[in-house]
Ligand binder design. Structure first.
Ligand code: CDP
Ligand code: MG
Length: 782
């Protein structure tokens, strides 16, 4: 690696220049432009490595029902293979080719690109479907979707009968949904073959009874078999990745055929540092400037671990820039992370103004499948923020860990999408060799309750015996089963309970949220709970940029409820809704719907900006809830993932508790009872189920409040153990509303304390909780 530029002292810049703005041209393209772009795309497609093996690949799919395809990033797998198969007649009788992606952003951007390549409108022949956003129609034949979504579709259609081909893409990411999907698809394939045989046998019998002529009988049988095969054609299953342990997958599928697509579109030179870097952020900063000052044109993509780090680097880049001569200052930073509003995310995909170099500061959101135009250089410090769930503590941790080799390859691949590129890994080559080959499968580090609920709904009762690619730990399965049992989703013999378990499985939500909705109809607050759950199901609603942190906090205060975050979120939703109602009245009935919708979208965006609300998250929440219609596209009305529709169909009465928020909070206590925390004398809280000492997260409106008892949405460990999204409750409600848990627990804790000879240690079974349980039940008796 060339020597790094010296890192000068970082004086705070006094005068900041206004950043040049990246703008999309909204002008319709001229006919000549459109033709020229088509020509470019055509040539690009023809030059992809996969183009030269098109016929062979199609033949492989024809010959094998399961195929594993491994090919370099950028070889054209994701965008081209579905088109090859479509053109080769793999969509008979309106059947669909489904391609799963682990990330929403990949499913959406790839679908857009393929629709453009096919010259069709998105949502017609080519579409995408992700949770709460379905952009497909009856004419869709190539459908990109998240792996989680396909799993849910299997609940409604266990044979996945709409699909002729399913491509599980980026399988190396090993999301929990991909892993479960693979097991399920194996079953679907077997079930389809069995159905064909069963149908053929039945029809064959009918044929022999009704037809006497021998020749006629043979012809009839063939016709029946053909009809059966048309109804249940074998499902073609393709597992695909750039960096896949082909052997593991092949063995899992009984020695399935694996093919390699040779060659990459463009070469990427990889550089390593000579020595280990003590501060990777510093090293990234130095490398950014080194590229900027020494390399030719091309944008830079830097992988960082989270919003805070990205904003920190952004600030440092601005400061360093001011120390350069004016003509060398043409470097533009563009952040991209998942909680960033989508308009801002899209800036990463826009070209830099003439003469400027763009440096994109990204989390691993930009790691797989996406193509960011202009990127020639990738800087990879080799770290990622990973989620990991501890089933015993019921706690999720977010910790920074080294990437796997597979991730490093994906990252460097982003530099060679449009031309040759360079990747700077900020660690020595010897370190690369020490990295894990692939990322630890999510199934081994996540809460399994949701997946188990879905498997149960699919009739798979023996979870421990399920054919997982890699089995999760027994303890994790048991803990999740226990949680589902406590929520009333499972019966004593571990079957899905009726109706609660079935209702919960039907909702595309975390089981606790589903339970909250079901209970809310009894507490007369389903209207409010629908809003709260919708708002909790999306990325952060509040947007808090570092440079305007004080303004953002003031804006948030306008919505804050003294009772907590759930009611605060409802206040935001209602304020936006009110704004729209008012506008609707002002616009009257003269204007057409399209006009009103367009105007409303603009107004909401402006309002969001002024109030530091993430408009994309609010839009998602609205789509989920569907009360608030300006954003909702018509096809969404038929989306399988829309929760208001589900609860209506379940016959749950939707009513509002109005100003009586007590009912709403009691309902939260009744459903989130596993997530309750009690204040301790020194000011911290103790999560009752696990005994963890926690603090209310600084983003909560209850941060620094002195409330006795709260419920929370999640327990996360970053630098501290935090509970997020909290609401005030009365602890006596716990024994009243969840006696099956708190009474049981009470007893268990007493036994633990007594048997320890009054050791009264801290942690689970420690004396603080015991005194609480004792006190709570005594009060409850009074
Ligand atoms: O899946 P794989 O990494 O093999 O490649 P792909 O996603 O099919 O992309 C193949 C090529 O299409 C990329 O190298 C880009 O040149 C182009 N592409 C693009 O320009 N814009 C997109 N949104 C997706 C792909
Ligand atoms: Mg791909």
């Amino acid at each position: 690696m060339p020597s790094m530029v010296q890192n000068g002292s970082r004086n705070t810049a006094q005068s900041r220049k206004k950043k040049p703005v990246l703008k999309f041209s909204n002008q319709p393209r001229s006919a000549a432009d459109v033709i020229a772009r088509r020509e470019i795309i055509k040539r690009q497609r023809e030059s992809l490595p996969i183009a030269s093996v098109k016929e062979r690949l199609v033949q492989e799919v024809k010959n094998h029902d399961i195929l594993i395809i491994v090919g370099e990033t950028g070889s054209g797998k994701t965008t081209q293979l579905p088109q090859f198969l479509y053109n080769a007649g793999f969509c008979p009788d309106g059947k669909v080719i489904g391609i799963t992606q682990p990330r929403r952003v990949a499913a959406v951007t790839v679908a857009k690109r393929v629709a453009e390549e096919c010259g069709v409108e998105l949502g017609q022949k080519v579409g995408y479907s992700i949770r709460f956003d379905d952009n497909t129609s009856s004419s869709t034949r190539i459908k990109y979707m998240t792996d989680g979504l396909l799993l849910r579709e299997a609940l409604l259609d266990p044979y996945l009968s709409r699909y002729s081909v399913i491509i599980v893409d980026e399988a190396h990411e090993r999301t929990v949904h991909t892993d479960v999907l693979l097991g399920l698809l194996k079953n679907v394939q077997r079930a389809r073959v069995k159905s064909v045989n069963d149908h053929a046998i039945v029809n064959n019998k009918k044929a022999s009874n009704s037809i006497t002529n021998e020749n006629g009988k043979g012809a009839e049988c063939t016709t029946f078999l053909k009809q059966c095969q048309r109804k249940f054609p074998p499902l073609k299953l393709i597992i695909m990745s750039a960096s896949l342990d082909a052997r593991l997958f092949s063995e899992y599928f009984g020695g399935a055929r694996a093919v390699h697509v040779e060659g990459r579109q463009h070469h990427v030179d990889v550089f390593y540092t000579l020595h280990a870097e003590t501060d990777y952020v510093d090293a990234a900063l130095i490398t950014i400037f080194q590229i900027h000052l020494e390399e030719g044109p091309g944008d830079i993509l830097v992988f960082l671990t989270g919003q805070e780090e990205i904003e920190g680097v952004e600030r440092l880049v601005q400061e360093q820039l001011l120390k350069l001569p004016e003509e060398r200052q043409k470097l533009l930073t563009v952040p991209i992370f998942s909680s960033l509003p989508s308009e801002k995310q899209m800036r990463a995909f826009m070209p830099a103004p003439a003469g400027y170099r763009k440096v994109i500061l990204a989390t691993n959101i930009a790691e797989t499948s996406v193509t960011i135009p202009g990127i020639k250089f990738v800087i990879d410090p080799g770290f990622v923020k990973a989620r990991s769930y501890d089933p015993v503590k019921g706690m999720e941790s977010l910790i920074i860990i080294p990437t796997s080799k597979a991730q490093a390859l994906q990252r460097s691949g982003r530099a060679g999408r449009e031309g040759p590129g360079k990747c700077f890994r900020l660690y020595p080559e010897s370190e690369f060799e020490k990295l894990e080959d692939s990322t630890k499968p999510e199934i081994k580090r996540c809460n399994l309750s949701n997946v188990i609920l879905q498997l149960k709904a699919l009739g798979i009762d023996d979870i421990i015996g399920f054919d997982f690619l890699e089995k999760p730990s027994r303890a994790a399965i048991q803990k999740s089963l226990e949680q589902l049992f406590l929520l009333g989703a499972l019966t004593d013999d571990c079957k899905l309970s009726d109706p609660v378990g079935h209702q919960m499985a039907r909702l595309p939500l975390d089981p606790i949220y589903s339970k909250a909705l079901i209970l809310a109809s009894q507490f007369n607050c389903l209207e409010e709970m629908l809003i709260a759950v919708s708002m909790l199901s999306v990325e952060s609603i509040f947007y808090n940029p570092r440079e305007k942190s004080a303004e953002a906090k003031t804006a948030k205060k306008c919505f804050a409820s003294p009772d907590g975050d759930h009611l605060t979120l409802i206040n935001v939703y209602r304020a936006a809704d009110e704004l729209l109602q008012k506008r609707r009245m002002e616009l009257g009935t003269e204007k057409n719907e399209k006009y009103i919708k367009g105007k409303n979208e603009k107004i909401v965006r402006k309002w969001c900006k002024e109030n530091f609300i993430n408009s994309r998250s609010l839009k998602h929440a609205c789509d989920i809830h569907r009360l608030f219609t300006p954003f909702v596209p018509p096809f969404f009305l038929f989306s399988l993932s829309q929760i208001r529709g589900h609860v209506e169909q379940m016959g749950l009465p939707i009513s509002s508790c109005g100003d009586d928020t007590l009912q709403f909070r009691r309902c939260l206590a009744a459903s989130f009872f596993l997530n309750a925390a009690l204040k301790q004398p020194e000011g911290t809280y103790r999560a009752l189920a696990s005994g963890q000492v926690v603090q209310i997260h600084p983003t909560s409106v209850l941060h620094q409040s002195k409330l006795e008892c709260v419920i929370f949405d999640e327990l996360v460990q970053t630098n501290q153990k935090y509970i997020r999204n909290t609401t005030r409750i009365d602890y006596l409600w716990l024994t009243e509303l969840a006696p099956h848990y708190y009474a049981m627990q009470d007893l268990a804790k007493f036994v633990a304390v007594l048997s320890s000879g009054c050791g009264l240690g801290r942690g689970v079974g420690g004396h603080e909780e015991c005194s609480f349980y004792c006190q709570a039940s005594q009060k409850a008796k009074v």
